[in-house]
Design a protein around this ligand. Sequence first.
Ligand code: COA
Length: 334
Amino acid sequence: MTATKIRARIAGTGLYVPPKVLKNQDLEQFMDTSDEWIRQRSGIEERHVIEGGIATSDLAVESARIALAEANCTPESIDLIIVATLSPDHQFPGVSAVLQHKLGLETTPSMDLRCQCSGFIYSLNVAKLFIEAGQYKRVLVVGAEAHSPLLDWTTRGRDVAVLFGDGSGSVVLEATEDNVGVSSVVLHSQGQFADRLWVEKPGTSKGVWLTEEDRQAGRMFPFMEGRYVFKHAVERLTQVVKEVLEKEGLSIDAIDHFLFHQANIRINEKVAELLSIPSYKVHSNIQKYGNCSAASIPMLLDETIRAGKIARGQTILMAAFGAGFTWAGAIVRY
Ligand code: COA
């Protein structure tokens, strides 16, 4: 008798964004930019930002609670918490530990996973493997980011600041014997390009955490070689879609929904064009939220499900690219 395969199904999802909205026009107060430039180059119209002492873990707990309610389960029934983020509350410990406490839990294991914009797909893979191995039955996976306090809101930082937003998305994964859930996953990274998209400081490189000279040079703000990143993002996303389809033995036609990382609408349009993916299958919410890094895909997943566009039994392909460089793809049967 062959043992039944355990899989990791999506039991519930949640999205949370802080209430304050910054429209493109609002940014004109702080820097030399325009609504037209931002819309044309990225597709972004507005983003949500935190205020009043709110931190990444506060965003995380809100989307987590929604996902838990949707999955019809309590925080106590969670066996493991994984948080993907590049904007933690503190240098250490991770957001996952703070979130665990905010959910009222005592000793539930928790871990942060730092793979920037690919972090949610990496986390999904880790959660899937824990569940398939039988170690845990229910895992909470959260992507949460509070970028706004970390950005340079002056003209010097405009090429990056206008692109990002704050928010969180959560997914409860649970064990099932049904033929659904997270299926093939492909992960990649290429540290050769770390300095093309990074926050160089504060950090232990060169032995000094943050010097006055680092501060003057703005090394604590994100730096991005925009065009270089754009080109790589299109190339790697296109490759990873093909790779994960091949691993699963499926063609583009068999996929009902494509959820790409929300960095720039033009990147995703180009990928869809190169792969001849019909535009109605490619979802986006970057217009309202900007790039929310590790939170973008779970936020888009929740929103697309809630809008009634994704039905149980349908097949989703997720793909992301980000700093590292890292990139990843996953096929999920909802
Ligand atoms: N408002 C107005 N002008 C701006 C601006 C802003 N917010 N940011 C940059 N500019 C200016 C530049 O200074 C430049 O001016 P110049 O021609 O006088 O030198 C001009 O606009 C064009 O800049 P460029 O960087 O060449 O624009 P672009 O068409 O490459 O678009 C990005 C810029 C950032 C939107 C685009 O490169 C991109 O999306 N890159 C990848 C983003 C990404 O994927 N990031 C994260 C992965 S997770």
